[in-house]
Design a protein around this ligand. Structure first.
Ligand code: UD1
Ligand code: MG
Length: 429
């Protein structure tokens, strides 16, 4: 194959201040590393991922999601640094695209621009007002001469605003020649991949700098960067969705997972969060509702409703302060203040205010089945496992512990009694 891709993801990510390896931190619901792998797969199936920090954990996660990746372990102790990451690898393809695992915003189309050049090395440059943290690129007569890491910069070099974005397309031969020569004589005693640039220049090679955008090529090194990358990606996701027909009121206040899908005309009000793999079709999600890994079709949800994972809601109205979990609702109204968990509710059924499915006895979870045309009166508790058959009623304030047969009313509340004159007696008026 003429193009292979190497993704560097072995670093500790010290600046993240986290037990989670840096490249596993999610952006819009997907690990940074997975974002870049997904884009890479659009260009080549020959992908090597270099890991080391928490190797077993990251490897297992990768293998559960992808097949055919070449996963290698960097000797981080003896050969730390982005150059150390490539030591020991053999490059057989004509072109080798080197990517960083901490760049979740990069798109395959932009990478193609890099792989399409015929230079020995093409490298990416960001022009930044604030270059802090990045390697500075010395450019002369339109060609890159050298990359100097922040910690090795002179005062003058620190002022350079052209920085190394960290993505390169190398001729495979160039890597085979120069990677073994990278040393660790620098402020961090690390093996810098960036040192190849100067070595290649000294041996007469030309390095083509390609200016790229920060909103695509920024590197994530801290939780602050994570939040910036998140914003960029959210803007991107929402713009695409709005262009394909989703209405958003105050989009900045809305969060949408990159795996969520929208069909038909949907409307998202302010403060809505769509988490995980949701499918939302022709539905209106009102302000401050949270939908997690669920399917919503032809329904209105909220305001302030919480739809938890594995719910399927069709032709229904879910009102304020209603929580639904792992339930299937078909043509149902649940307008106010309810908990519907592990339940199946069929068409024409009305769930009154404050109804609760008591699905948990402290040890196990049980199901509540509610048939067609059932009227569940307000403030009732349905103690699972329990079934309300088609065409039944539950009187308000009942605690239902037994199945309700079709056609009947269930009522469990104590009969009301009146005590004459009690008020005046009690308050001694
Ligand atoms: C690197 C570049 C810098 C550039 C910046 C862009 C070097 C020496 N510096 O710096 O010029 O401006 O990226 O974001 O290359 N990694 C390994 N093994 C290691 C160290 C890192 O695989 O031993 C991986 C990390 O997991 C990460 C990527 O390489 O995905 C970049 O590492 P990072 O430590 O973030 O490099 P920077 O200091 O940002
Ligand atoms: Mg970085």
């Amino acid at each position: 194959m003429s193009l292979s891709i190497v993704i560097l993801a072995a670093g500790k990510g010290t600046r993240m201040k986290s037990d989670t390896p840096k490249v596993l931190h999610p952006i819009s619901g997907k690990a940074m590393l997975f974002h870049i792998i997904d884009e890479s797969l659009k260009l080549s199936s020959n992908i090597t991922v270099v890991l080391s920090h928490k190797f077993d954990m990251v490897k297992e996660l990768l293998e559960s999601e992808y097949s055919g990746l070449n996963i290698v372990k960097q000797d981080l102790e003896n050969f730390p640094g982005t150059g150390g990451a490539l030591k020991g690898l053999e490059f057989k393809s004509k072109k080798v695209l080197v990517l960083n695992g901490d760049m979740p915003l990069v798109k395959a189309d932009s990478l193609k621009e890099l792989t399409d050049t015929n230079s020995d090395i093409a490298m990416t440059i960001l022009e930044l007002d604030n270059p802090t943290g990045y390697g500075r690129v010395v450019i002369e007569n339109g060609f890159a001469k050298e990359i100097v890491e922040q910690k090795d910069c002179t005062k003058e070099q620190e002022k350079i605003k052209s920085v190394n974005a960290g993505v390169y397309c190398f001729n495979g031969e160039v890597l085979n020649e120069f990677v073994p020569k990278i040393d660790n004589k620098n402020a961090q005693n690390e093996y810098y991949l960036t040192d190849i640039i100067k070595m290649a220049v000294d041996s007469g090679k030309k390095i083509e700098p390609i200016v790229v955008d920060e909103d695509e090529f920024m590197g994530v090194n801290s939780k602050y960067h994570l939040s910036i990358a998140q914003d960029f990606m959210q803007d991107r996701i929402k713009q695409e969705l709005m262009e394909s027909g989703v209405i958003m009121r105050n989009p900045k206040s809305i969060y949408i997972d990159c795996k969520a899908k929208f069909i038909g005309e949907c409307n998202l009000e302010n403060g809505v969060a769509i988490e995980g793999e949701c499918i939302i079709e022709n539905s209106h999600i009102k302000a401050h509702s949270v939908i997690e890994e669920s399917k919503i079709t032809n329904s209105s949800i909220g305001p302030m409703a919480h739809i938890r994972p594995n719910s399927t809601i069709k032709d229904s109205h879910i009102g304020n302060f209603v929580e639904v979990k792992k339930s299937t609702l078909n043509d149902v109204k649940a307008g106010h203040l309810s908990y519907l968990g592990d339940s199946e509710i069929d068409s024409g059924t009305n769930i009154g205010a404050g109804v609760i499915t008591c699905n948990y006895d402290g040890k196990a979870k049980y199901k509540t089945k509610i048939g067609k045309n059932v009227f569940v009166g307000s403030d009732s508790q349905l103690v699972a496992p329990v079934t309300l058959e088609d065409n039944t009623m539950v009187a308000a304030g009942s605690t239902i512990t037994e199945n309700v047969p079709s056609g009947s009313l269930a009522i469990t509340r104590v009969k009301q009694k009146q005590v004459d004159g009690f008020f005046n007696k009690f308050f001694r008026k």
